[in-house]
Design a protein around this ligand. Structure first.
Ligand code: HEC
Length: 156
């Protein structure tokens, strides 16, 4: 019995070592691109801080990688979050969207944070400082409304 356990442990250890060779590409683009949302609508520093802290790791071209993100399978999970997050919403390329799409994304941003769906639970479990306070949720909602009005005022 003991020997069998030892063997299972050894196999797991080797498997763990082997999966480390599969390394997903990193998301390390320019964090301050000219296509960033800041160039499309007004983003006050307070909002910018919240978005960078709680959303940019998955919704921008530049992720801050913690040490455990180097270790598979955590690295795979993160890569998949970033890939799917960016597909839905990429703050770094936001200003390239049509005004209509921008407005629809702003609405969705407000909805997601109000419902507590974003940031993802699996992320806030580890990134405690990404958890949004009620005040921060209100700040995001108010900003999303203001940004929508700003786009409307530009007749877009
Ligand atoms: C850990 C990665 C991660 C973080 C952090 C994160 N998101 Fe997401 N987000 C995703 C993924 C993945 C999706 C794709 C859909 C899904 O899985 O729910 C998504 C989808 C979205 C969508 C589109 C939802 C829809 O159906 O229209 C919005 C809007 C959004 N996120 C906003 C935010 C905002 C705002 C923040 C910060 C407060 C944030 N997200 C933080 C990963 C993340």
């Amino acid at each position: 019995m003991k020997r069998k356990l030892k063997r299972i442990f050894l196999v797991l250890l080797i498997a763990f070592a082997l999966i480390q060779f599969i390394r997903p590409a990193k998301n390390l683009g320019n964090a301050e691109a000219t296509t960033d949302i800041f160039h499309a609508v007004m983003v006050p520093d307070s909002v910018k801080g919240i978005l960078k802290m709680s959303c940019y790791d998955c919704h921008s071209n530049s992720t801050r990688y913690p040490w455990y993100a180097e270790v598979a399978p955590a690295s795979w999970l993160l890569a998949s979050h970033v890939k799917n997050g960016k597909k839905e919403l990429n703050f770094t390329e936001f200003s390239q969207l049509s005004p209509r799409r921008m407005k629809s994304k702003l609405k969705s941003i407000a909805e997601q944070v109000q419902k507590g769906e974003m940031p993802l639970k699996s992320y806030t479990l580890i990134h405690k400082n990404a958890v949004l306070t009620e005040a921060q949720v209100r700040t995001i909602k108010a900003w999303a409304d203001a940004a929508t009005q700003e786009l409307n005022a530009k007749n877009q």
